[in-house]
Design a protein around this ligand. Sequence first.
Ligand SMILES: NC(=O)c1ccc[n+]([C@@H]2O[C@H](COP(=O)([O-])OP(=O)(O)OC[C@H]3O[C@@H](n4cnc5c(N)ncnc54)[C@H](OP(=O)(O)O)[C@@H]3O)[C@@H](O)[C@H]2O)c1
Length: 260
Amino acid sequence: MGLNLKSRKVLITGAGDGIGRALALAFAKEGAQVAVCARSQDRLDSLADEIEGAGHLFVSADLGKAEGVETFHKNVTQQLGQVDVLINNVGAILKLANFFELTDQDWEDSFQINLMSAVRLTRLCIPSLKQSTCSRIINISSIAAGNPQEVFPHYSAMKAGLSNFTVSLAQTLAADKILVNSISPGPVWSKSWEDEAQKSSSPEQTKKEIMQQTGETIPLKRMGMPEDLTGLALFLASEQSAWITGTNFTVDGGLTGNPF
Ligand SMILES: NC(=O)c1ccc[n+]([C@@H]2O[C@H](COP(=O)([O-])OP(=O)(O)OC[C@H]3O[C@@H](n4cnc5c(N)ncnc54)[C@H](OP(=O)(O)O)[C@@H]3O)[C@@H](O)[C@H]2O)c1
């Protein structure tokens, strides 16, 4: 199956680590030209050292703020000129806390990074996506959207919003042949999990325990790795997905398909 992604211009938010980083490496391997962002310049530099191909763009920007989204988009416009694929990947739990521990500010912060970053960047990219012969938007949601968790109600609610937004946007952009879909990962080992493990007195042991205990709850008996998401994203970005829009794809090792 030819994905034909060579020289396609692909924007990926939150790509210094985790799923976004794996996506950037995978698209570049297929010959695409990627534009990525994160706040930490160090992680972007390390990605720049590892990535295949040339002409990629690495922008330090905070997508939790409107100005950060504008900075990223401005750099893309000036240096890449065109957008074929937009992957709204950035997102974060920010605070593991139950309803009574969350403040208005916690809800607001969650709203900005998990939903408004995608809304704002999508709005800015639509004129360019309209010029592309194969334009795609892929939103990285979460199984938490449909399976809300007591320990992060704010994040679950925002991801539900992102999945919902995906469907209305797909309808809005269908006439322009801009296809919009979402991917909802289950537990994937990434920086946020690593940061939690680092808080313990023996991070390596804690990491092993989390991976084992979480893996046990999943029919395929392991946590996901960021690379587990790349095949589907490459397919959705390609011409092969030409009759798929407004759909959410769950990638979770069978977790949500097995409630018992
Ligand atoms: N990992 C999971 O188990 C899981 C499960 C379901 C859904 N997801 C979703 O998948 C997506 C990727 O998650 P992940 O776990 O792979 O992430 P991750 O490893 O925590 O990496 C997040 C990336 O986003 C960047 N980032 C965070 N806040 C940012 C901001 N305000 N502005 C710009 N960049 C920012 C981080 O870099 P800086 O800190 O340097 O900015 C980092 O490069 C998220 O939307 C997440 O909600 C993850």
